[in-house]
Write a protein that binds this ligand. Structure first.
Ligand code: PEP
Ligand code: MN
Length: 454
């Protein structure tokens, strides 16, 4: 802590570029730095994607969730891809998030804050800088904002121009999302149009059918009141979120908003800090500490309580309501010993945070044939354990963080249809982590309402 950087942090000289004085993990190695700076300058001149007003509105909603008055549904792709920026994919993704939010809102009797991992979720941390296939070694795929997934030298070369494309694809995604919401989102709201065949495969079929019928009844009731009430309750739409990993990009989209006297990342409402970049002395923490956006941070089984408290102190020194969300991703095998000490430390220190569970990232496994997957039962087990542990500690679990898609993919095992290993190859599409498909995601929403009320 006596390092020169340490003293710089203490004297508070933050700028959108002050992260450059620190060590930045998980950055690609660009061979043309001048081109990188040129692209960043061009992005810096473009209009923002979101407004500081929307960001403040989300922060207030998250503050409410900290107090137990709302629930956060944070979900979407592990990695968006430029190739998936099409109408059907976007509609299906919004549909599943939206329908899950109605299930959760109805089941928990609380407004649900919908935050998508989209319109900018293009950068990925990797466990290794390089990947070897058949004797050839190339840079790892770091998400479409950096390079392309195909295993050839040209595709894997980090290309700064991709940052510009990522900004444009984010704008296209967000533009269509806003248009769908302003247009009322058509029939997607009506439970009559949901795809629910999977329910009959579930041992809880009767319970789930009853739940959907109740949601449909409330919906019809709201409509008989003139539509106004119903419209109002859903018009808040979606907020966006991505892992703010690629720092030259994030710096370029960080703007000062004079009337709010502060700096905002105006490419997204809720940027988050991943597991691999939360070193207290690292560049990412330096970048985040100066933003006015609400901040989410992943917390894993290796996070020590004292370190977590120091991170909260750096990121939220003034205890601003709604500022700090902690997303725990322990794995179903570790949560029982790893989570309670962290909850206790934060509670004893009198810190206000929004606790969210990510039951995906600690439960990734590889099948004997080398396919990355997650088992629905392990995801469910971590979720259930998280609710129980928070209950026992007297803290509140106020949200979930999920990787899912509106498509009928086969990437995670299990669920009502009991997907087996041999089913994975049928529609395995993700370029990084396995996602819940539409049915598995809807089933999980039903389960969450059960365990949260238990
Ligand atoms: C992710 O959310 O896709 C991710 C990489 O998570 P984590 O930082 O928790 O590993
Ligand atoms: Mn992931």
């Amino acid at each position: 802590m006596n390092s020169p950087q340490g003293s710089m942090r203490e004297n508070g000289s933050w700028t959108p570029a002050s992260w450059r004085l620190r060590e930045a993990q998980q950055q690609p190695c660009y061979d043309d730095r001048a081109q990188l700076e040129n692209v960043a300058r061009r992005i810096g001149k473009l209009p923002p994607l979101v407004t500081s007003g929307e960001i403040q509105e989300l922060k207030r909603a998250l503050a409410d969730a900290q107090e137990g008055r709302r629930f956060l549904l944070h979900g979407g792709d592990c990695a968006e891809s430029f190739g998936d920026c099409d109408a059907d994919t976007i509609v299906n993704r919004l549909k599943v998030l939206f329908q899950m939010s109605l299930i959760l809102g109805h089941g928990l009797k609380q407004p649900v804050i919908r935050v998508g991992r989209f319109a900018g979720q293009y950068a990925k941390p990797r466990s290794s800088d390089r990947e070897t296939v058949g004797g050839e070694t190339l840079p790892s795929f770091r998400g479409d904002i950096v390079n392309a997934a195909a295993f050839d030298a040209a595709a894997r070369r980090p290309d700064p121009e991709r940052m510009f494309q990522a900004y444009a694809f984010s704008a296209l995604t967000l533009n269509f999302t806003r248009a769908l919401f302003e247009g009322g989102f058509g029939d997607l709201r009506h439970p009559e149009y949901w795809q629910l065949d999977w329910i009959d495969q579930s041992p809880r079929a009767i319970e789930y059918r009853r739940e959907v019928e109740e949601i449909a009844n409330s919906w019809r009731f709201l409509h008989t009141l003139g539509g106004q009430v119903g419209t109002e309750r859903v018009s808040a739409g979606f907020y966006t979120s991505h892992e703010a990993l690629l720092l030259p990009f994030e710096e370029a989209v960080t703007r000062r908003v004079p009337h709010r006297r502060g700096w905002f990342n105006l490419s997204t409402h809720l940027p988050w800090i991943g597991m691999r970049t939360s070193d207290i002395d690292g560049a990412h923490i330096e970048y985040f500490r100066g933003l006015q956006n609400p901040v989410a941070m992943k917390v894993g089984p290796s996070t020590r309580p004292a370190d977590l408290l120091r991170l909260i102190e750096v990121l939220n020194p003034h205890e601003e309501p709604g500022r700090m969300t902690l997303i725990t991703r322990m794995g179903c095998k570790h949560i029982a010993e790893a989570l309670p000490p962290l909850l206790a430390a934060v509670r004893r220190a009198g810190r206000h945070v929004l606790w969210v569970v990510d039951p995906m990232h600690g439960n990734t496994e590889t099948t004997p044939t080398g396919i990355k997957t997650r088992h629905f039962d392990n995801i469910r087990s971590e979720l259930e354990a998280a609710f129980q542990i928070h209950g026992a500690e007297g803290t509140r679990l106020g949200g979930v963080h999920l990787e899912m898609t509106g498509e009928d993919v086969t990437e995670c095992l299990g669920g009502a249809r009991s997907l087996q290993e041999q089913d994975l190859s049928r529609a395995y599409k993700t370029t990084v982590d396995p996602r819940l498909n539409y049915e598995q995601a809807m089933e999980l929403a039903m389960l969450i309402t059960k365990v949260a009320r238990a």
